[in-house]
Design a protein around this ligand. Structure first.
Ligand SMILES: [Ca+2]
Length: 90
């Protein structure tokens, strides 16, 4: 299971024994982790638990196609990946 799996959800107070109420913050956090895991599994086409450059580019190209239809300027995939790398390094 990846880092956003149920092991992460167990750390949320809503899943601790003895807890009787669910706060809005707990619900948002639960939904956030469940959503990330859902979309991760959707994008992990080969099910190896890793989002490869091929998988990222595959879904990026779908968005590029939509932006071309609407005449919206887009960034090439390679430049987008470089931007992510720069943010992670800083
Ligand atoms: Ca994969």
């Amino acid at each position: 299971m990846n880092s956003f799996g149920f092991s992460s959800l167990k750390k949320i107070s809503v899943l601790q024994p003895g807890r009787r109420s669910l706060s809005i913050a707990d619900l948002h956090l639960f939904t956030f982790f469940a959503s990330i895991e859902y979309w991760f599994r959707c994008m992990d086409l080969d099910g190896d638990g890793i989002l490869s450059m091929f998988e990222l580019e595959y879904f990026y190209q779908e968005q590029v196609h939509k932006m071309e239809i609407y005449g919206i300027e887009y960034m090439p995939f390679e430049d987008c990946i470089c931007q992510v790398g720069k943010r992670r390094d800083s």
